[in-house]
Design a protein around this ligand. Sequence first.
Ligand code: UT7
Length: 322
Amino acid sequence: MYSRIAGTGSYLPEKIVTNADLEKLIDTTDEWIRSRSGIEQRHMAAPEETTSTMSIEAAKRAMEAAGVTADEIDFIVVGTTTPDLVFPNVATFVQAALGIHDTPALSVETACSGFMYALSIADKYIRLGEAKCALVIGADCLTRIMDWSNRSTCVLFGDGAGAVVLKPSEEPGILTTIISADGQYRDLLYYPFGVSYGFDQLRAGAPAGLTMKGNEVFKVAVNTLSRLVDQTLAKAGLERSDVDWLVPHQANLRIIMAAAKKLALPMEQVVVTVRQQGNTSAASVPLALDCAVRDGRIQRGQTLLLEAFGGGFTWGSALIRY
Ligand code: UT7
């Protein structure tokens, strides 16, 4: 038994912030942002939008594409770094908004690789016969946790959500997934306050923003993703030439190009959304997937390699016969 993607969906907030807009806010240039990251613009959630409202929209679109109704969904998992509340978790908000009852609903907090972790978990539930129709979402609202005076981070991130519906299938399907982490790197990419640590300072109004040593993260990301590509292909018993599409995490165009080179894939076979969306964290892989499915590039029967890397560090991949 395999799990198979029955439909994809995504949501991007209406408001677009261009590099030119940021030039007016901080000491940066369009040229610097484009050349270092590839980013030209990003979407920003409106004040009334949250990770869960974006998740709900993406989920509705994925369910419509899959032709499933709310009463068929029996498992909901959301990867996110920026939940609406400390609790209840975002998946329960999605569950309630869609009128779903009495199903597992959980969130995983593995930063930018949240969707890869969520997909891997849902895949196991389907393969074991414990779920028949899983909603898997990656969603983040990172613009809310930026220090908007820190030019080395605030130019990089955007908001959005992506979703897939997974159903059982005798044909593959998700061929394999890998999820992993190495906690020794926590100081290279983190948010400085949480609940059981620093909450009192946050309440007292201490300045806080996502903190990243960008060039050090860059090096570990490129090396880890390069190794991950090999590991994923070996686990599934496939060759580089079997991959039709790379659907990578969209943190930096240069990291994406390094992964494509490792696969010997021309950039025409790589889904790139980082220019228009920036780094949407856990949303970036399902957003890219939905984009290429809806514009017709990704076709049924093709082989896709999805991968992501994020704070922790955490990382994950999936090799999929779409
Ligand atoms: O999604 C989770 C994983 N995250 C990632 O994978 C991100 C990985 N890292 C990166 O993508 C890149 O390291 C960045 C895009 C964040 C930065 O690119 P870089 O080539 O590594 O630049 P840098 O951090 O080494 O900074 C180079 C220079 C510095 O100036 P000095 O010290 O050389 O004088 C920065 O102060 O660029 C300066 N700088 C800026 N200049 C203009 C930093 N941010 C900006 C800015 N505009 N926005």
